[in-house]
Design a protein around this ligand. Structure first.
Ligand SMILES: *[C@@H]1O[C@H](CO)[C@@H](O)[C@H](O)[C@H]1NC(C)=O
Ligand SMILES: *[C@@H]1O[C@H](CO)[C@@H](O)[C@H](O)[C@H]1NC(C)=O
Length: 369
């Protein structure tokens, strides 16, 4: 994919996110009332069985999960190795279901004998519940991806582990890789992984997602509830364009040129959320600046599959090389590193040939572990 198309993919992703996260009260309620959920709308329609699940995180967020227990040709549920798929930034579980069954990773895994589980992070369309907060309440949106690492990932992994009684394979795309890498030092999480696949690994990224998710979310609340009022929500409309502009005008997020913003903000290591205010940072972290995640804590014997693309504006090659450098001592038979020079970020979930290029080698790797 060329750079131009990755720009448009990023824009599409942003619009998808806006399309799902914004909207006025009235429109949203009526959409929710008729909304059939991911199983009914995107899985069963393709001839697969599907179960809707929910898991509550330790901080009260209620996340939706979908399970595809057997493939199209059937099989014995409960005996298959579980795989958890974690989507990337500004997407949700549908990321794995966008292409026809022969080309979508969730379906390909299902047809190859896996018990497939899809997660959707807090704040995404189907994961808007909370034990005490409404998603119209700005307090609901008071999180950054630190909470995705600290709460969402452990909850979904633990849930699949509990339900299946088996360790799981994990596939993360983009931000989904960052979540796993940041969580590795937690033995509790690590002990439930059978293997880990990182598609478009992001290990060195500076402050990309925190301000973007947080400020975009704050804007959704302000814009959708108070500003849009009762007008219809139109993802291509001026309101959304204004919303994006507002999100992009916040300090630390410069999206005058979206692609530039995604490539420029990526330098440096990944730190926890920077409250900017020194006192607040001291309160939270006991130090004036936010601590960095340790991305080099990957155990040498963890089966690890890494695939990255030469046309990827987000998971930049130099950054990936930093990550790979930290894997020098990794057990040789536990590590597969794949480089696709023609792949851009979205190709990992949307390319027509991703099955043969990436998914088949991935499944071959899973079979060994
Ligand atoms: C998993 O099972 C343990 C032990 O029964 C339970 O304490 C925990 O709440 C469960 N967690 C999830 C996320 O299902
Ligand atoms: C990161 O983790 C690795 C492995 O546990 C350890 O050797 C290293 O010292 C840690 N680095 C930092 C900066 O804490």
């Amino acid at each position: 994919m060329e750079v131009a198309s990755s720009v448009s993919c990023i824009i599409i992703l942003l619009v998808l996110f806006c399309g799902s996260a914004a909207g006025n009260r009235k429109a949203l309620y009526s959409v929710e009332a008729q909304d059939e959920g991911i199983c009914k709308s995107m899985v069963e329609t393709n001839g697969y069985e599907c179960e809707e699940h929910t898991v509550t995180t330790k901080d009260g967020y209620i996340l939706s999960m979908q399970r595809i227990p057997v493939g199209r040709s059937g099989g014995t549920p409960g005996t298959r190795p579980p795989v958890l798929l974690q989507h990337g930034l500004l997407m949700d579980a549908i990321t794995w279901l966008l292409m026809p069954p022969e080309q979508s990773l969730a379906f390909v895994l299902s047809d190859n004998g896996y018990d497939v589980w899809l997660a959707s992070s807090r704040g995404t369309k189907y994961s808007r519940g909370h034990t005490s907060l409404s998603h119209y309440d700005p307090a609901y949106w008071d999180w950054s991806w630190d909470e995705l690492v600290a709460y969402d990932l452990p909850a979904t992994i633990q849930y699949v582990y509990n339900q299946t009684g088996q360790k799981l394979h994990y596939v993360g795309h983009s931000q989904g890789t960052l979540m796993a890498l940041a969580a590795f030092p937690e033995d509790e999480v690590l002990s439930m992984f059978r293997s880990v696949a990182l598609l478009c690994p992001i290990a060195y990224l500076g402050q990309l997602t925190s301000p973007l998710a947080k400020d975009a979310a704050e804007n959704f609340i302000a814009e959708s509830v108070y500003w849009l009022g009762l007008h219809e929500f139109d993802p291509r409309g001026e309101a959304v364009i204004k919303l994006l502009k507002d999100a992009c005008s916040k300090p630390g997020v410069d999206c005058t040129d979206l692609l530039t913003s995604f490539t420029v903000i990526r330098q440096g290591t990944v730190t926890m959320y920077d409250y900017v205010d020194v006192v607040e940072n001291m309160n939270r972290y006991g130090q004036p600046t936010p601590p960095a995640y340790n991305m080099t804590g990957i155990p040498n014997d963890l089966p690890l599959f890494v695939s990255y693309g030469g046309k990827d504006a987000l998971a930049d090659e130099d950054d990936v090389n930093l990550l790979l450098g930290s894997l020098n001592d990794h057990d040789g038979d536990k590590l597969v590193v794949q480089y696709r020079n023609d792949y851009a970020h979205a190709d990992y979930v949307m390319a027509e040939n991703a099955k043969q290029d990436v998914y088949d080698p991935l499944i071959a790797f899973f079979r060994l572990h």
